[in-house]
Design a protein around this ligand. Structure first.
Ligand code: HXC
Length: 289
């Protein structure tokens, strides 16, 4: 069973989402190498279980993206939600205790292995939502940045404090923070190592929504997951893959890619069902093909 497979992760279905809780509260859910290994296993299983989208937008054939395994029913979901265990932290970053014993080459490998997890999260054919319930620092902020968007509780805080340790971001922050907020804001946060509160994260566009407490956070995420789950599965996957694909492209190339994705959407049963339902003034029941 999914929930029992891991030491430091709790994995459970809630509504149409799979909630993944990084659960090492004694160490503020720091991403020790064992946790990264579990996240690697989880994201590989998810990539294998969720129907890969055979779409031009991804730029790669489906066979390259799925693991080729049989779908495992326990992993099927319409969204993935990542949150932290305990009262205080989402994830307080890389494990500083472990890092103090690493060689530079080991640190590089640690960086690469968690970066691979973040890339796999981005490539999943369902939205990934960060439910930030406390400290999201260093690698924790970077994990949240690998999610499609961030909801936070009012007690949450964000920061890239690596410079205070003589380090630099290593799980994608240098790249993704500049994409998520303005490049100048990303520079200010990374170069000062400053910690900001949830309201400030909302103001600069790092978080999409801030709610009063952790209970309200779960409810807000549930409501958004329900909105997503009512949409055509292939279209949601296609839209995410398209946005991933066009992000680094010049406008005219991005527009061409978008048009290919639009063409692909037309080949799905979901799009036929969706258009027919609209014209019949009925609600659509999408087959997910
Ligand atoms: C290992 C950590 C930890 C971390 C907290 N702990 N963060 N252990 N790695 N990142 C441990 C503490 O050592 C302590 O263990 C316990 O969790 C509780 O933490 P406290 O500091 O006592 O709690 P509090 O005073 O409430 O402060 C919470 C905090 C603070 C603000 C989150 O712990 C903190 O600043 N943590 C480090 C945040 C950070 O610098 N993150 C960036 C890491 S670098 P004991 O045993 O004493 O109870 C990074 C690079 C990514 O992420 C790229 C790598 C390649």
């Amino acid at each position: 069973e999914a929930a029992r497979r891991y030491e430091s992760l709790r994995v459970e279905h809630r509504g149409d989402a799979l909630w993944v809780t990084i659960d090492r509260p004694k160490a503020m859910n720091a991403l020790a190498q064992a946790v990264v290994a579990e996240l690697a296993d989880l994201t590989e299983r998810l990539a294998a279980a969720l129907p890969a989208l055979d779409r031009a937008a991804s730029g790669r054939p489906a066979a390259d993206r799925s693991m080729g395994a049989q779908p495992e029913g326990e992993w099927v979901c319409r969204a993935v939600v990542i949150t932290g265990g305990g009262e205080k932290a989402f994830v307080a970053g890389a494990d500083i205790r472990e890092m103090s014993a690493m060689t530079a080459d080991e640190a590089h490998d640690y960086s690469r292995s968690m970066q691979a997890v973040t890339e796999r999260l981005e490539a999943l054919p369902v939205p990934v939502i960060a439910a930030v319930n406390g400290f999201a620092l260093g690698g924790g902020c970077e994990l949240a940045l690998a999610c499609d968007f961030i909801y936070a509780s009012a007690n949450a805080s964000f920061g890239q404090p690596e410079v205070s340790l003589g380090l630099v971001p290593g799980f994608g922050g240098s790249v993704r923070l500049q994409q998520r907020v303005s490049p100048a804001m990303a520079r200010e946060l990374i170069l000062t190592g400053r910690r900001i509160r949830a309201e400030e994260a909302l103001r600069i566009g790092l978080a999409n929504r801030v709610v009063d407490d952790v209970a309200a956070l779960a409810e807000a995420v549930d409501a958004t997951v329900a909105e997503i789950a009512a949409q055509a599965p292939t279209a949601v996957a296609n839209a995410k893959a398209t946005m991933n694909a066009v992000a680094p492209l010049p406008v005219s190339d991005g527009l061409a890619t978008e048009a290919e994705s639009f063409r692909s959407a037309f080949t799905t049963e979901d799009s036929r069902v969706g258009r027919d339902a609209f014209l019949a003034k009925e609600s659509a029941h999408f087959p997910g093909r």
